[in-house]
Design a protein around this ligand. Structure first.
Ligand code: SF4
Length: 357
């Protein structure tokens, strides 16, 4: 057998897996592990296969999210990756919840940055009732003025707090699982994995959408990554941010910098295969960990943060715009529920491919 035919055969397993997903199948845990172990030589095939799934559901569209750190530091929790925790000595700004003017200015900046979603993030175990009221009042004004889709990340929520946020017009709540149930106690001891699941259930019951993701690169095993990916599948989340650890001086994980860009791409491909219709977002640590391969992340993922993160800098928004343009992709700012397919030609092509696989 010639080398050429061996390579074609090797690469085709990813396209066969994509065809299974495109025809409505789900990947198994074993297949998830295979994706995480994809040899470097097969990466172009894996990315192309993941892109087929992305193209069917999201075309060439890219959704930008803009983060506002509404309350920084001062957190009593001990999440070991976080510069805002009580055990962090990181030299970050520390302030209590931002006033209405500051949050509105952030929303205007989100709009200028072509973001579709404005994420209001507050540090802490969970919000006080007065903080929830403040966010609710401000969200109504932001939506009236900008029409932005609003996601809030406020920590653990009680049912009544979630209900009030939903009534105020909050579209979505972010609360990351971050890692597997097994590994969770290695990265945090002040609350549990189950606490996080409980908050996601409370949000779901309130009628808001769920955004929940993970952090890759904290010392977890591939089994932990597969666990959290499957856990998110069970929760039927609408949006998954995939963070890559940005080790910050002053945190317990400061020395943990062992990811390479290809591992990041494999993780993004796994998310796309396991969650074909869900928004997959390249989140924190993008520039640091994906480095020159950043644009390739948008073959499996359909969304990213524009500009800065909570306590770390991102590349300038202009660079984000150029990256999307250079790929031939399109930033979309309208309604988040638009039809995902770029054209019927794409749908028909994928249907034909799925049928013949
Ligand atoms: S609860 Fe949130 S803000 Fe507090 S340490 Fe954990 S991740 Fe950081």
């Amino acid at each position: 057998m010639s080398v050429g035919s061996v390579e074609t055969e090797v690469g085709s397993r990813w396209h066969a897996l994509a065809a299974k997903v495109l025809s409505g199948g789900e990947i198994s845990r074993d297949e998830a592990h295979e994706i995480l172990a994809c040899p470097d030589v097969e990466m172009p095939d894996l990315l192309a296969a993941a892109f087929r799934i992305r193209r069917k559901h999201f075309g060439l569209k890219v959704h930008f999210y803009y983060l506002k750190n509404a309350k920084s530091g001062l957190c009593p929790e001990d999440c070991s990756y976080c510069s805002q925790s009580k055990i962090s000595d990181a030299p970050i700004e520390r302030y209590s919840i931002a006033n209405e003017r500051v949050l509105l200015e952030g929303a205007r900046r989100a709009k200028e940055s072509q973001a579709r979603t404005y994420c209001i993030v507050a540090s802490g175990r969970g919000p006080g009732d007065r903080e929830v009221d403040h966010v609710c009042n401000t969200v109504k004004k932001i939506k009236d003025e900008t029409g932005l889709h609003i996601c809030v990340c406020l920590g653990l929520l009680k049912p009544d707090q979630a209900r009030r946020l939903a009534e105020a017009g909050v579209d979505r709540v972010n609360h990351n699982l971050n890692t597997s149930r097994r590994f969770y106690e290695e990265i945090c001891t002040t609350h549990t994995f189950q606490d996080r699941i409980d908050t996601l259930n409370v949000v779901r019951e309130s009628g808001m959408e769920l955004c929940s993701g993970l952090i890759v690169g904290m010392g977890e095993t591939p089994e932990d990554i597969v666990d959290v990916v499957m856990e998110l599948r069970g929760l039927k989340v609408e949006s998954i941010p995939v963070n890559f650890l940005h080790p910050v001086d002053g945190t317990p994980l400061a020395q943990k910098a062992d990811l390479n860009p290809r591992e990041c791409l494999r993780a993004l491909c796994l998310l796309r295969f396991a969650h074909p219709t869900v928004e997959i977002r390249i989140a924190g640590g993008r520039e640091l960990n994906l480095r020159w391969l950043q644009p390739m992340g948008l073959y499996p993922a359909n969304s990213m943060f524009v500009s800065d993160y909570l306590t770390t800098k991102g590349q300038p928004a202009d660079e984000d715009f150029k990256m999307v343009r250079d790929l031939g992709f399109e930033i979309v700012t309208g309604d988040h529920m638009e039809s995902p397919c770029d054209s019927h030609d794409d749908c028909e092509l994928e249907a034909a491919e799925a049928a013949t696989a």
